[in-house]
Design a binder for this molecule. Structure first.
Ligand SMILES: [Zn+2]
Length: 584
């Protein structure tokens, strides 16, 4: 408990750090950049579209459905960072340019020999397949338009494409690449954004949605105009709630020419009569705040109805720097009147939807957020202090008031009871502290083999790790759900697929195997050929590990008998080592 209290005293109010909107001083018109590919640039995704837990920070450029398109450096510079992972960006290259920009190319398949040797050197140095390495300044120079990679489908990519980003090198903020006129001219768009619906909310003074007090109104095409509520004033009386205000959200998407993909909108404005209330602009994204997408987006609409609703009001815990103006909260007493919403893409195609509100009548409904002790609020510190389970959430941990939902299920096949807190589907901004007390009957188990797991609504268990302190196991989590205590003393299992002891592999191009861990998950996996480290690739889709016989590993292969050693370690330090003799 001492640690918890000290922590609380150190926390400043979260919303003390909110900054006003600032535009970037970048010469979008004057900077001339080489296209990243020579084929027609057709987008499967644009900058700022809403994805799971983030705004998309680049362009997804189609590669004609195949891998292996040539990728070119958009400007001279030096390779500043390289990454390899079965997840996320996959194989990726960052290039820093003298004009103050960084370009990033991701989901790559592989590289021409001179770039490949850079990756190989870093694999060897770190003895790891997964890489995220800063490359020393000026050690790898590239010319403008130089061929640097082949496009692919690596990492968390669902189809072959190039993920392309431009960042401001100094701040690492991702810029909207379509604002550069050299690219805007190459990528055609004559399609207006589409406003499919309006959502009206009762919100608290801090911008929180009042539970059960919001309504979605579809936009319908009438003649050549999109109208709401048959073009009659909307009666919002049923939403009027004590201690609340009115605010809007808009279900808006965009498409570009030549592709059916649903993209995000660039610039929107909300007017009441002639006065601007709220403005949103996807010019750049600060990665520190990108996860606050969950505060900007109506995540109930997204998860339950698959609708992209952009809230035109902000809560006190939302620091996103995408709002040139944010006065989207109005009083019920004078909400009647005419409103217009303008949605624009980068190419200037504009969609306007007009609507009006009638003066609400009737009495004010009770506000559930006013009920004392029923909710946790995002702008305060929140704790659960039970004799066997504790949570500490600092200010800004989640986005909307959270119903105090905590249940203990003693019917458990785990080492502890099941501690159910809130819901797995509710997004969480930052890690919070979780502690579970080790039950007396398990206190003889090795303390460094304990961990905490969180179970999703679908029953999927994620291992969170854990440290043993004074009879408790502590860790952090970035999801709610059902927390349980675990112990993992079992090492990973190594299973060769196409070889075994004494196998003749002279005709093989690679060795393939599976490595599975029962609980904690793999922390590292390495392969040694006659004592020399060799690259072992993890193929996420095939769920197998592959040791290629190529120009880098073949020099270590001997005629006749060879020793191959595999070492796998899980996240609690349980280690498995297996050795085989193979004949080449
Ligand atoms: Zn992408």
């Amino acid at each position: 408990m001492k640690v918890f209290i000290l922590f609380i005293l150190l926390i400043l109010p979260f919303y003390g750090k909110l900054q006003p909107y600032q535009s970037k001083a970048i010469d979008y018109e004057g900077i001339d950049l080489h296209p990243p590919m020579a084929i027609d640039l057709i987008l499967a995704g644009n900058f700022g579209e809403m994805r799971s837990n983030h705004f998309h920070t680049g362009l997804d450029i189609k590669t004609k459905g195949v891998e292996g398109q040539k990728i070119y450096a958009i400007e001279e510079g030096y390779i500043s960072r390289i990454r390899v992972s079965p997840w996320g960006y996959g194989n990726a290259i960052y290039i820093d340019h003298p004009n103050g920009l960084t370009s990033l190319y991701a989901h790559l398949r592989d590289f021409p020999p001179h770039v490949d040797s850079l990756f190989r050197a870093h694999h060897k140095k770190s003895e790891s397949y997964v890489l995220d390495e800063i490359v020393l300044e000026d050690s790898f120079y590239v010319k403008k338009g130089e061929f640097i990679a082949y496009s692919g489908n690596s990492g968390s990519s669902s189809a072959p494409h190039l993920h392309f980003e431009i960042r401001e090198t100094e701040t690492e903020h991702a810029l909207n690449p379509l604002l550069f006129s050299c690219y805007q001219k190459r990528i055609k768009d004559s399609t207006k954004p589409r406003v499919s619906g309006i959502k009206i909310y009762a919100v608290s003074k801090n911008g929180y949605m009042i539970p059960g007090k919001s309504k979605y109104y579809s936009c319908v095409l009438q003649g050549d105009k999109w109208v709401v509520n048959g073009n009659k004033p909307i009666d919002v009386s049923e939403l009027v709630t004590k201690n609340s205000y009115l605010a809007f959200g808009f279900h808006v998407t965009d498409k570009l020419d030549g592709a059916g993909n649903i993209c995000g909108v660039y610039h929107t404005e909300l007017y009441r009569e002639d006065k601007k209330m709220h403005e949103q602009k996807m010019e750049y994204i600060n990665f520190d705040y990108n996860r606050f997408l969950n505060s900007h987006q109506d995540y109930y609409e997204f998860k339950k109805k698959k609708r992209n609703v952009h809230k035109n009001f902000v809560t006190v815990v939302n620091p996103l720097n995408i709002y040139p103006q944010k006065d989207g909260i109005i009083e019920w007493e004078n909400c009647a009147g005419n409103y217009s919403y303008k949605a624009k893409d980068v190419h200037g195609n504009l969609r306007t939807v007009e609507f009006s509100l009638a003066q609400p009548s009737g009495s004010y409904a009770k506000n559930p957020l006013d009920e004392v002790g029923k909710y946790y609020f995002p702008d305060s510190i929140n704790t659960v202090l039970h004799e066997n389970f504790q949570l500490l959430m600092e200010s800004g941990t989640f986005y909307e008031p959270l119903q105090k939902n905590f249940r203990i299920d003693t019917q458990s096949t785990y080492l502890s009871s099941k501690f159910e807190f809130s819901e797995y589907v509710i997004p969480v901004q930052q890690h919070f502290d979780v502690r579970i007390k080790v039950p007396t009957k398990h206190q003889k188990l090795p303390p460094y083999k304990f961990g905490i797991g969180v179970i999703s609504d679908k029953g999927y268990l994620s291992f969170l790790g854990g440290n043993y302190v004074d009879g408790w196991v502590e860790t952090t989590s970035r999801s709610f759900g059902t927390f349980v205590l675990l112990s993992d003393t079992i090492a990973p299992v190594i299973k060769p697929l196409d070889f075994n002891e004494g196998k003749v592999v002279s005709k093989y191009n690679n060795l393939q195997l599976q490595i599975n861990d029962n609980l904690a998950g793999l922390k590292s996996y390495k392969a040694y050929l006659n004592g020399e480290w060799v690259l072992m690739i993890y193929n996420r889709r095939k769920k197998r590990y592959i040791i290629p016989f190529d120009q880098y590993s073949k020099p270590h292969l001997l005629k006749g008998k060879n020793n191959i050693k595999i070492v796998a370690v899980d996240r609690l330090g349980n280690k498995k080592q297996a050795e085989y003799t193979i004949v080449y």
